[in-house]
Design a protein around this ligand. Structure first.
Ligand code: SF4
Length: 344
């Protein structure tokens, strides 16, 4: 059965070389397979026409390509599309395609659920069922109709990417290497609450952009919103980030969801400006999207604008983000596959 075979998708060039060696195929076949997988984006081994029939047969006895199309697509009235993927054992993940005037962004998941349990996030409320493999991450990109039109990929879907750093780095390598998609790392952004050892590994091994979920400027408030603050205090995250140069290659942004009377005061804005002082960065102010059983409400528009103005006055670029896909539960913090079995 095809599903019992291993996947070629998600393998780095190094791993493909190991694969062909283990099947006594010539080394150059690794380059040919990488081309078929990541440039021509074929779906079956049969389609690898410059491999000999004998080698294709050998490969197909042990492997399958590993492309799995989404099992459900939900379209928002604003054009946003939510894709649902079956990742086996009755577990599901979601990705969100966000078309804009000059960009087409795919928001991908890195885990089945999440262990971080952030207060505002539907993913954090469902049980954690493990990490996604690089194949399952790349499949979210490669199996959708819009794959060849994408301009950006953001790791802001389900899961904390830094808690699955090895597979996330493999997926990034495939997306940015010449043998793979050949994308500039500037087109990729990884979002994190600031899981420290992995964050350093990420910063040292890629030039991708970074988005840090800050959501409160001090430990007292942040720990109520992001329990991970206890293990990874935001001040330590900032200390690490300030050791890197953000003025040229890549960008760091800070995500800040504004909750009514929790983190939206003038004092919060001033503290945030202090925290970020000295860092070449931008702040994205995000409206809170209500989720079931969470007793929080969004800040009013004028409060958001006042918060933005305080940051701007302190010379920090701040943008109020537009919600996308809220009507299909695809906006920031809303992804969840907890009830999927009831709706399929
Ligand atoms: S916001 Fe991110 S890190 Fe926090 S629970 Fe949701 S998916 Fe996990």
């Amino acid at each position: 059965m095809a599903d019992e075979k291993k996947y070629l998708l998600g393998k780095t060039f190094f791993e493909l070389k190991e694969t062909v060696a283990s099947l006594s195929m010539p080394t150059f076949a690794a380059k040919q397979i990488a081309d078929w997988l990541y440039k021509k984006k074929i779906t079956t081994i049969d389609m690898m026409s410059n491999l000999s029939v004998a080698n294709r047969t050998k490969l197909a006895e042990n492997y399958t390509v590993g492309i799995k199309e989404p099992i459900k697509t939900t379209l928002s009235k604003d054009g946003t599309k939510k894709y649902l993927f079956d990742v086996g054992n009755n577990k599901y993940i979601e990705s969100v395609y966000i078309p804009e005037k000059e960009r087409a962004t795919l928001c991908v998941s890195s885990q089945k659920g999440c262990q971080m349990n952030c207060l505002f996030c539907a993913t954090g409320k469902q049980s954690f069922a493990g990490n996604l493999t690089a194949a399952e991450i790349i499949n979210q990109v490669q199996s959708i109709d819009e794959c060849d039109n994408l301009t950006n990929i953001v790791f802001m879907g389900m899961g904390e990417p830094m808690n699955n750093i090895n597979e996330v780095l493999k997926a990034i390598e495939i997306l940015t290497s010449d043998y793979g998609y050949g994308w500039s790392p500037k087109r990729i952004t990884i979002s994190t609450i600031g899981v420290l050892p992995a964050l350093k590994t990420f910063l040292d091994s890629t030039q991708c952009n970074l988005a840090v979920s800050v959501h409160a400027p001090d430990t007292f408030k942040r720990v109520q919103i992001i329990p991970g603050e206890k293990a990874y205090p935001i001040k330590d995250v900032l200390k690490l980030l300030k050791e890197y140069d953000w003025s040229h290659q890549r960008r760091v942004s800070f995500e800040y969801i504004l909750f009514n009377q929790l983190n939206d005061t003038e004092e919060d804005a001033l503290k945030l400006a202090d925290l970020l002082h000295g860092l070449d960065c931008r702040v994205n102010l995000i409206p809170f999207h209500q989720i079931p059983d969470v007793d929080l409400s969004p800040s009013k528009r004028d409060v958001m604008e006042k918060f933005q103005a305080i940051l701007e006055k302190k010379h920090i670029t701040a943008t109020i983000r537009r919600s996308r896909g809220q009507d299909i539960d695809a906006a920031c913090g809303m992804l969840s596959t907890k009830k999927i079995n009831q709706t399929l």
